[in-house]
Design a binder for this molecule. Structure first.
Ligand code: FE
Length: 192
């Protein structure tokens, strides 16, 4: 795969379609500056601010942009909220559509054919492999991302986090918990 990508990059560069230096800047930006910590800030804000949470439900794109997170692959955001009766899981069955401004670049497994097909066919099996066990009566909803719409899962706030501020809450929000293949971390023992 790496060789194929390099070959493609060489041809496109020779034809003058891309500038390798611009490509490096883009990749570096999404790898080191933009990543799941952005999404974690969104979730932590939603956990502590009811007005913000309602704004997220109504217009996620604007609510997320208000924190400074917007741009390519995040032009039309939808936030799906986990509840005791519904767990949300995000996939792109066609390719690898992913909300870059809030989560950075997608993990390799997200782009893999097995995840893309099994997330829809047997979501509970996939969740179990990620170590997520849900109550039998919790419904699993699978959201298929597209070039137009990107989803961010709003996980449930973990119990025992009542005294935590937004920074401490954001530290509990994992990337996978915002894709739906994970749950937020438990708070450190002394905070309970
Ligand atoms: Fe895609």
């Amino acid at each position: 795969m790496e060789l194929r990508v390099r070959a493609l990059e060489t041809v496109l560069t020779q034809k003058g379609y891309i500038d390798p230096e611009a490509l490096d800047v883009l990749i570096d930006t999404y790898q080191t500056r933009i990543g799941p910590r952005n999404g974690a800030r969104v979730v932590a804000r939603a956990w502590t601010d009811r007005t913000y949470r309602e704004w997220l439900r109504r217009d996620a794109t604007a609510a997320i942009a208000s924190l400074g997170y917007s741009g390519r692959q995040g032009e039309h955001m939808v936030v799906v909220e986990n509840t005791p009766t519904q767990h949300n899981l995000v996939v792109c069955t066609l390719c690898s559509c992913y909300p870059w401004p809030v989560l950075g670049l997608p993990p390799t497994w997200y782009k893999s054919a097995p995840y893309r097909s099994r997330a829809v066919r047997e979501p509970r099996g996939v969740l179990a492999e990620f170590g997520v066990r849900l109550a039998a009566d919790t419904e699993v909803r699978v959201w298929d991302s597209t070039a137009e719409v990107r989803y961010l899962v709003l996980p449930m706030r973990p119990p025992g986090t009542e005294g935590l501020d937004e920074d401490a809450l954001a530290a509990l929000v994992t990337r996978d918990s915002m894709i739906g293949t994970g749950l937020p971390l438990a708070p450190p023992a002394r905070a309970r």
